[in-house]
Design a protein around this ligand. Structure first.
Ligand code: ADP
Ligand code: ZN
Length: 435
């Protein structure tokens, strides 16, 4: 039977949710307008007054805010509460440039923990569980977010942070961990290490994993589920909206429910900024309607995804977002063709290779090159050069079917590609370095 952390909110009727959102939005716009000069200026420039925003239907009148604004206003320019009322600062991982900081009041931390508690409960977590948090602790939001959620649910929390993988597994065995929280790339590495230690899923008590903070494919999910003997749930969030827990997966595993009582999602055309109808792929935009210290309105995440209100078998009525395909800036344009790293990952795992790979893009003689180094499993190793060349060619052909261009595939020996304990770096685009 499906369990909820906050049944009233998670299964609320559409009308009641909209009413709640309207009330909170009106209040939030007033709060931001009165307390954040940076955003007030943006609204004034657009000719919008707080009283113009009466319901979520008026959202489109508000100006967007982007990472560039956050950088410009760094560090205090978007703060909406006095620092004396703030209790925490977190920072983005800096995956795409200069880090930005976000502030939290105690109320904000509590709401965030609540969102993570919903995610843990949806993954089957209760106060009987032992929850091992191997997201990084510190400025990164992963560790603190899941740690807070785990405490709220009442799980016995193991605040491991990332790294020292054999020790992770030793504790997992000694202390009977049932829920693992980390990035999917680290989960894959933990699975691999478990097998290297001569152990199988039968030697551990894990039942569920809550993995996020980076894009991962369905193929990667199945591979992790098999290697750890668990059910793997996705979780999404970003520092700008608090951290993980903006959206979480339920037993249906077909996308993540967005905590709409706190975050109103929109999908926009990344080029024109126009709001797109449900079901279309575009850039995800969030408006925080409950945060006090760092309440961003219409924040452009740059994550590409689709929203759906299809009825979910878990009983939750919260809108769902599909797995983000990656960020708009993860998309590589190679010889005029749009390529996502996730497409490459899909092919590799489908063809029986490990999720350990490195994509290198460069420009040689005015033409783009795409090189993909792929690690073999030990049973794929061959003494014959001819066999290896054939495997490389077959893989390049499978890639072409998926992405439309033929990469140069290099099969490399097992364990030669660096493993990730946090967010994996899988693309090196040297064209950017030449520019
Ligand atoms: P940075 O933007 O520097 O990486 P964050 O740590 O705040 O800083 O990361 C948030 C970003 O991580 C999101 O915008 C998104 O691109 C990615 N992300 C988080 N969770 C997921 C997920 N479940 N699937 C795909 N991408 C995710
Ligand atoms: Zn559901």
């Amino acid at each position: 039977m499906e369990r909820y952390w906050n049944e009233e909110i998670e299964t609320m009727s559409r009308e009641d949710m909209k009413k709640l959102q309207n009330e909170r939005l009106v209040k939030q716009v007033r709060h931001v307008y009165d307390n954040v000069k940076y955003y007030r200026d943006l609204m004034d420039k657009k000719g919008v007054k707080p009283e113009d925003i009466k319901s979520t239907d008026d959202l489109c009148k508000l100006p967007f805010i982007s990472k560039a604004d956050l950088r410009e206003a760094y560090p205090y320019g978007l703060l909406a509460k006095p620092l004396s009322e703030c209790v925490r600062i977190h920072s983005t991982s800096g995956t795409t440039g200069k880090r930005v900081v976000a502030f939290y009041t105690q109320h904000d931390v509590d709401l965030w923990n609540d969102c993570c508690a919903r995610a843990i409960t949806a993954a089957g977590g209760t106060n009987e569980d032992v929850c091992q948090v191997c997201y990084g602790y510190g400025l990164f939001t992963g560790g603190a977010g899941l740690d807070g959620g785990s405490h709220k649910v009442g799980c016995l929390t193991l605040p491991m942070s990332s790294g020292n993988t054999e020790r992770q597994i030793t504790f997992m065995r000694d202390l009977n961990t049932t829920i693992l929280c980390c990035t999917p790339s680290y989960a894959a590495y933990i699975g691999e290490t478990l097998h290297d230690m001569g152990l199988t899923p039968d030697d551990i008590k894990l039942k569920a994993g809550i993995f996020g903070a980076e894009p991962w494919t369905e193929e990667m999910r199945r591979s992790i589920e098999k290697s750890l003997g668990i059910k793997a749930y996705d979780i999404y969030g970003l520092t700008e909206t608090s951290g993980p827990g903006v959206a979480f997966e339920c037993s249906e595993q077909t996308g993540m429910h967005i905590n709409e009582d706190n975050f109103i999602p929109e999908i926009i055309d990344p080029d024109t900024g126009e709001v797109l109808p449900e079901g279309q792929v575009g850039e995800l935009v969030f408006t925080s309607i409950t945060k006090e210290a760092f309440p961003l309105l219409r924040y452009r995440t740059r994550d590409l995804c689709v929203l759906s209100r299809k009825k979910c078998s878990c009983g939750r009525t919260l809108i769902k977002m599909a797995k983000p395909m990656g960020r708009s800036d993860d998309m590589m344009i190679i010889r005029g063709v749009n390529v996502f790293p996730s497409q490459i990952e899909t092919v590799l795992i489908e063809q029986g290779y490990s999720p350990n790979y490195l994509i290198e893009v460069d420009r040689v003689n005015n033409s783009d090159t795409l090189d993909i180094s792929v690690e073999m499993n030990t049973d794929q190793l061959s003494d014959k050069v001819k066999d290896m060349q054939k495997q490389e060619r077959d893989l390049a052909t499978a890639m072409r079917m998926m992405i439309g261009i033929t990469p140069k595939v290099h099969l490399v020996t097992p364990k030669s590609i660096a493993r990730s304990e946090g967010k994996a770096v899988r693309v090196i685009d040297r064209r950017k370095l030449h520019d």
